[in-house]
Design a protein around this ligand. Structure first.
Ligand code: ASP
Ligand code: MG
Length: 323
């Protein structure tokens, strides 16, 4: 039984049409002979709306236990709707809360740590030919209360469930197409990366680029679970995050601004002196601008007022030729 976990972000579930599209993606995995299990976020904005509703109802600070019970409802809405949309297409599906899916946490409301996944119920549904649709972001405490895993926590649910089920892949369907060689808003020539290693993605985040699934990627790295970060609005493949990664060399660039200073970091595998030299010469910088260099990351100081240009120059140097 080749299991795949497919996780949908909130914007991918924001309207009935999008929920139906998500159902289509789950069903297409099934048609390819895989056993899909879905994990869902609350529909876009629902978590924030619930929190503001609570604040308007009872004032702040919110009672912590009830805040978790409230927030968990958002993911349950998504789970039930997606299960219905799958059934409407003629397959059997079953929505499950975090507790039903065996997500055992500690008792720290709003920031619970996932301690253990007991996937018995999910496995039973899969064996019975039903598609489990699990509410992300939530679990159950030792006292039997609903807990939540911290904002963005449904990514963790997906990776933890995939690990517990021995899934072959965990797919993240969001409004982002994947990881790019540089921020496309600054570098129009930036390309989507086909495959990258966990270590490089963690470096990318450390260099200051926002990586939405960071906690989940760190967890996946520990169990070497391959991840596929891709769009739920396109069928094209996204970025695979694996232990091995893609080709050696520079895989992507990150730009960070801290106060009046800026830095560009080239991230990759097997980086050496020649990569540092190429980076410095592209940025027209002297050796004293090299802030740090390791086989995984070369960090240069660049002038804050021309940092975008420096990023584009490095991108041309590293990517506008055969790698
Ligand atoms: N719905 C929760 C949030 O907005 C959890 C998630 O989306 O992962 O933070
Ligand atoms: Mg969300």
């Amino acid at each position: 039984m080749k299991i795949i976990v497919i996780k949908f972000g909130g914007s991918s579930l924001a309207t009935p049409e999008r929920v139906r599209r998500a159902a289509g993606m789950v069903l297409s995995a099934r048609r390819r002979g895989l056993y899909p299990a879905a994990v869902v976020s609350a529909p876009a904005d629902v978590t924030d709306d619930l929190l503001s509703l609570a604040a308007r109802t009872a004032g702040t600070p919110l009672p912590r236990r009830e805040a978790d019970a409230l927030m968990a409802a958002g993911e349950q809405i998504s789970a039930a709707l997606l299960a219905m949309a799958i059934e409407a297409e003629g397959e059997k599906a079953v929505s499950l809360t975090g507790a039903q899916a065996g997500m055992r946490t500690d008792g720290k409301f709003s920031a619970a740590a996932l301690k253990r996944v007991a996937p018995g119920r999910v496995e039973k549904e899969l064996r019975a030919g039903r598609i489990p649709v699990v509410a992300g972001f939530q679990g159950v405490s030792p006292a039997g209360d609903i807990t939540t895993l911290g904002r963005g926590g449904s990514d963790l649910t997906a990776v933890a469930l995939a690990g517990a089920l021995g899934a072959v892949l965990c797919e993240f369907r969001t409004d982002v197409k994947g990881i790019y060689t540089a921020h496309p808003a600054i570098v129009p020539d930036a390309r989507k990366i086909r495959e990258i290693s966990y270590a490089e993605v963690l470096e990318l985040a450390r260099a200051g680029t926002e990586v939405r699934q960071l906690r989940a990627i760190a967890l996946a790295a520990r169990s070497r679970l391959p991840l596929h970060l891709r769009s739920s609005f396109h069928s094209e493949p996204g970025t695979m995050v694996t232990a091995r990664g893609g080709k050696a060399g520079v895989s992507c660039l990150s730009l960070a601004r801290e106060g009046g200073a800026a830095s560009v970091t080239a991230i990759g595998r097997g980086l050496g002196k020649e990569h540092s030299r190429l980076a410095l010469s592209a940025a027209r910088a002297g050796a004293d601008h090299l802030l740090s260099a390791s086989p995984f990351a070369i960090k240069l100081a660049v002038p804050a007022d021309s940092a975008d240009e420096a990023l584009r120059a490095l991108h041309r140097a590293f990517f506008c030729r055969a790698r």
